[in-house]
Design a protein around this ligand. Structure first.
Ligand SMILES: [Zn+2]
Length: 281
C-alpha cells in the first residue's frame, strides 16, 4: 500500500522507527520493498532531487506505487533534503507521498516561513512534510547537503519550529554526519532526551544512519527516533558488489547485465533487512 509518513508513524507506533532508505538507482526499488515485505515492516523509500531527475519523477513514482500496491506492507516515497520549493510542489503534484524541505542553512525565521508554505501545499494534498532545524553536516552522493560545520539542534528552536510550521517529522542534529562510513558517530543522548520531551508528537528523524553503530542505533530507537535514514551504506554496498561482478574474469560483452546487477540488488535487500531489524523495539 502506498502511504504518507503520518500513516506510517501511526501504524508503527510503539514498534520502533521506520527505516528510510535512499534509492540511488532504479534497480534498487524492488529489492528494497521486497526486503521490507519479508520482514513485514513499513518502509520509506527516499530520493534526492538529483536521483529523482536521473530516473525521471513520473516513472519512479509509477514504479514505487505499482510495487507498493502489490506488497502487503505500507510504502512511502519521500523527497529527501530539498531546498527548492517549486521542485517540491512538482514532486507533490506528480505523486510523492512525502517531502522534506531543508531550510537548515537559512535563518530560523526564513526556514519557518518557507517550511510553512510547503506544509500548507502538502497537507492540502495528503502529503507529509519533514523539516530540519540545526545543521547535520557532511555530504551525500558527493555533494554537500549541509554546512560542513554541523550545528546541534537547539531544543527551544526545534519546539518553536515544530509549533510554527506543523511539520510531521523533524530532522535533528545530535551528532550524526552525512556520508560517514569510515568511523562512528558520537551521539548526544542528553540532547535527544530533551528533544523528545519537548517535541512529543512530531516524529524525530535521524540522518546519517550509516555512521551509527548498531548499539547506538538501538538506543536511538528506544529513546524515541521515529524515522532513520540510511543512504551511504546502500551506495557503498552497491559499488562494492558491482566492482567485483563487472571485473570478474569470465565476464564478456555477452554476459547479461542481469547477472552483474542481481548480486548488488541482493546485497541491498540484505542491508535493508539488517537495518530495519535494528529499528524494531
Ligand atoms: Zn540527511
Amino acid at each position: 500500500m502506498y502511504k504518507n509518513l503520518i500513516d506510517l508513524f501511526k501504524e508503527n507506533e510503539g514498534k520502533g522507527a521506520v527505516g528510510a532508505f535512499n534509492v540511488h538507482c532504479f534497480e534498487m526499488l524492488p529489492a528494497m520493498i521486497g526486503a521490507a515485505g519479508e520482514l513485514g515492516v513499513p518502509v520509506i523509500l527516499q530520493t534526492s532531487l538529483g536521483t529523482a531527475k536521473y530516473i525521471g519523477l513520473e516513472p519512479l513514482i509509477a514504479a514505487v506505487k505499482a510495487i507498493a500496491e502489490k506488497s502487503s506492507i505500507s510504502v512511502a516515497l519521500h523527497m529527501d533534503h530539498c531546498k527548492d520549493i517549486e521542485a517540491l510542489k512538482e514532486a507533490i503534484d506528480l505523486g510523492y507521498s512525502s517531502v522534506m524541505y531543508d531550510g537548515s542553512s537559512l535563518s530560523l525565521e526564513e526556514n519557518i516561513k518557507n517550511t510553512k508554505e510547503v506544509v500548507a501545499y502538502a497537507h492540502e494534498r495528503n502529503v507529509s512534510v519533514e523539516g530540519e532545524v540545526g545543521s547535520i553536516g557532511g555530504a551525500e552522493e558527493g555533494v554537500v547537503v549541509a554546512k560542513d560545520d554541523a550545528m546541534y539542534t537547539k531544543p527551544e528552536d526545534a519546539l518553536y519550529f515544530a509549533q510554527s510550521t506543523g511539520v510531521d517529522a523533524l530532522a535533528v542534529s545530535i551528532g550524526t554526519t552525512h556520508g560517514q562510513y569510515k568511523s562512528k558517530a558520537k551521539i548526544n543522548y542528553e540532547l535527544l532526551t530533551e528533544l523528545k520531551a519537548k517535541l512529543g508528537s512530531t516524529g524525530l528523524v535521524l540522518h546519517g544512519g550509516t555512521g551509527v553503530s548498531d548499539e547506538d542505533m538501538r538506543r536511538c530507537v528506544r529513546e524515541g527516533m521515529k524515522k532513520i535514514n540510511v543512504g551511504t551504506e546502500l551506495n557503498k554496498s552497491y559499488i562494492e558488489v558491482v566492482r567485483e561482478t563487472f571485473t570478474a574474469d569470465d565476464v564478456t560483452p555477452l554476459t547479461s547485465l542481469r547477472n552483474l546487477l542481481g548480486p548488488a540488488n541482493d546485497k541491498i535487500a540484505e542491508v535493508v533487512k539488517e537495518k530495519a531489524s535494528l529499528f524494531r523495539i
